[in-house]
Design a protein around this ligand. Sequence first.
Ligand code: ZN
Length: 138
Amino acid sequence: MKSYRKELWFNTTSRREYINITRHVEECLAESGVKEGLVLVNAMHITASVFINDDESGLHSDFEKWLEKLAPEKPHSQYAHNGFEDNADAHLKRQVMGREVVVAITNGKLDFGPWEQIFYGEFDGKRRKRVLVKIIGE
Ligand code: ZN
């Protein structure tokens, strides 16, 4: 069985951002040489997500509005977590949007359903953060 590991680094210019990382994961898959197997992609931080959905700007703006209703960033004082930090909302947003995705690899390609794309969801950005890509298979 082959095994492959790589870290992808991101440094967003805003606090919250969604980045389509599908191309990066496809590059990892090509590098791994795996034709049949699984790829795990996970955020390595507890204020960021990896998720699969449509690459459509209206939807991304809906995510932002919806998450701000569920866990508004401000006032920072509304959260018990915000003693020395101001990122309680980011922890909550990440919990809803998820930590990781697993995608099947078939014939050397990501075996997606219609419109599926992989995103890095940043909720407490403006600093260097990592995503882990782990691929296993033959
Ligand atoms: Zn925190």
